[in-house]
Design a protein around this ligand. Structure first.
Ligand code: NDP
Length: 480
């Protein structure tokens, strides 16, 4: 058994106006460990009154201090965040692995990526600039990039620390004060970030706060507060729509990163071995709880059998286990209900006519029975019109959809309400670029599975993608 000794607190406080506090609600909620479904901690829940206080503090800090800081001063604060994160990398990674169920290696990667985000925006802050535009009448037109004021960052449970850093770092860099609301399943790494902000960064009070509690009360109160000028949200599409509605009256600025049902296109000329061997973790990594999961594999009929058998073989070799075990590649799902949802979708797929070629079972062997473990599911003979191929499952379920005709395949790929990410596997770059432009998606990768970079735009999560950011990876082909 891996060492699970961490400082167990009675109840963790949230971070309001420079102080850790239990707030005024008198309530606390349980934070669980998905690998054993035992309580990891309890966190005090903020009241609406606490939210109002935090927004007032954020507004005051913005007006009186933060907006007046020079870019280089803000950059220095951001670098201290990065230093503090790196100095606590192991502790944060363990917190994240225990709280989310994420393999420890993945957590380390994410925490380090969080530090890189602070470093990146510490550099970017000096080059954010406006423009000097030629105008048709005498005079000069100058545009300025100004902070908005109070920015609310509302994050989900699947990548809690990385999502938090990806929102907090740019918002602070631009001169906004920030209120971070973590998901109620996974508030612990955000509270660690608050501790770093307090002890290492010495952030002026009110500039950065972490407020915990349910979306239905705390989230709503933040979203509806008239002084919150910007809302950056990642989560479910339905919640995103609700946030838009609730903030529409005052015309707040809202950025939404929502769901995905991303394609993995395997062309007839693909390096099938490489595609098949690298793709399991592109859909089952983070136990499939990933908005960019390549959960619909469109595979050309000529290579279908080879791809499916190699994919199953590669999946069989992935290590499912304790998130704190160094060898683990796939951990438990975040909650019993999230696992049940995946199991139900597998059953639905079979009912709709798909064939279960591998997995899709609750793991009940010793070591697994207390946690939310399941084997990744591979459904073949799937039709794109089936619900299992259209709805975001957010669990380890792959749908394999065969195709023969490229045009018809593109239509099917685009016949989906989501358009966030995806991959194309081909040895023909002309084909790769043609498909990359035809697929309606925010980001796409060719011959690799990663298309998210600090330096590049990402996160278009509906079909209104205005441009494609394609990533390429050059690496050795697999040996034949
Ligand atoms: P939710 O939308 O339920 O929750 C996300 C966050 O919003 C949580 O902090 C939640 O708080 C909060 N929230 C819930 N309701 C409200 C509300 N009415 N007002 C304000 N805040 C609210 O999503 P999940 O946490 O379940 O995350 C999983 C979903 O996120 C997936 O379905 C996936 O589609 C999406 N996702 C998208 C990503 C992307 O980049 N596009 C990345 C990651 C996930 P609480 O936890 O307290 O309910």
């Amino acid at each position: 058994m891996n060492n699970r000794s961490v400082k167990r607190q009675c109840r963790s406080n949230f971070f309001l106006n420079g102080e850790f506090t239990e707030g005024t609600s008198g309530k606390a909620f349980d934070v669980m460990e998905p690998s054993c479904n035992k309580r990891l901690d309890q966190v005090h829940e903020a009241s609406v009154e606490d939210v109002n206080q935090s927004v007032e503090a954020a507004e005051k800090a913005y007006r009186e201090s933060w907006r007046k800081t020079k870019p280089a001063e803000r950059a220095a604060f951001l670098r201290k965040f990065a230093e503090g994160i790196r100095a606590n990398l192991e502790e944060i990674s363990r917190i994240e692995s225990r709280n989310v169920g994420k393999p420890i290696g993945d957590s380390r990667w994410e925490v380090n990526a969080g530090a890189e985000l602070f470093d990146y925006y510490a550099g970017a802050v000096s080059i954010f600039s406006g423009e000097n535009l030629p105008v048709s009448r005498p005079g000069v037109d100058l545009t300025f990039r100004q902070p908005i004021g109070v920015a609310a960052c509302i994050v989900p449970w699947n990548y809690p620390f990385l999502m938090a850093c990806s929102k907090v770092a740019p918002a602070l860099a631009a001169g906004n004060s920030v209120i971070l609301k973590p998901a109620s399943y996974t508030p612990l790494s955000a509270l660690k970030l608050a501790e770093i902000a307090h002890k290492v960064v010495d952030i002026p009070k009110g500039v950065f706060q972490v407020i915990c509690g349910p979306g239905s009360t705390v989230g709503n109160a933040i979203v509806e507060h008239p002084a919150v000028g910007k809302i950056s949200f990642t989560g479910e599409t339905v919640t995103g729509a609700e946030i838009l509605r609730r903030s529409a009256g005052r015309i707040a600025r809202v950025s939404l990163e929502l769901g995905g049902k991303s394609p993995n296109i395997i062309c007839q000329d693909a390096d099938v071995q490489r595609a098949a061997e690298s793709s399991p973790l592109a859909v089952f990594g983070n136990t499939g709880q990933d908005c960019c999961a390549r959960s619909r594999a469109f595979v050309h009929a000529d290579v279908l059998d080879e791809f499916v058998s190699r994919f199953i073989e590669a999946t069989r070799k992935t290590v499912i286990g304790d998130p704190l075990d160094e060898k683990t590649e796939i951990g438990p799902l975040v909650s019993p209900s999230q696992r049940q949802r995946s199991i139900d979708y597998v059953a639905l797929g079979v009912k709709e006519g798909a064939k279960l070629a591998y997995g899709g079972e609750v793991l009940s062997a010793p070591g697994f029975s207390d946690g939310n473990y399941m084997t990744p599911a591979i459904l073949v003979d799937v039709k794109n019109s089936m619900r299992v191929a259209q709805e975001e499952i957010f669990g380890p379920v792959l749908c394999v959809i065969p195709y023969k005709d490229e045009e018809a395949m593109i239509q099917e790929v685009n016949d989906c309400r989501y358009g966030l990410s995806g991959s194309i596997w081909t040895r023909d770059m002309t084909r790769g670029l043609r498909l990359a432009q035809a697929v309606e998606s925010g980001v796409l990768s060719i011959n690799c599975n990663n298309s998210v970079f600090n330096e590049a735009p990402s996160g278009v999560s509906n079909r209104a993608a205005s441009g494609v950011n394609a990533a390429f990876m050059h690496s050795k082909p697999s040996p034949k």
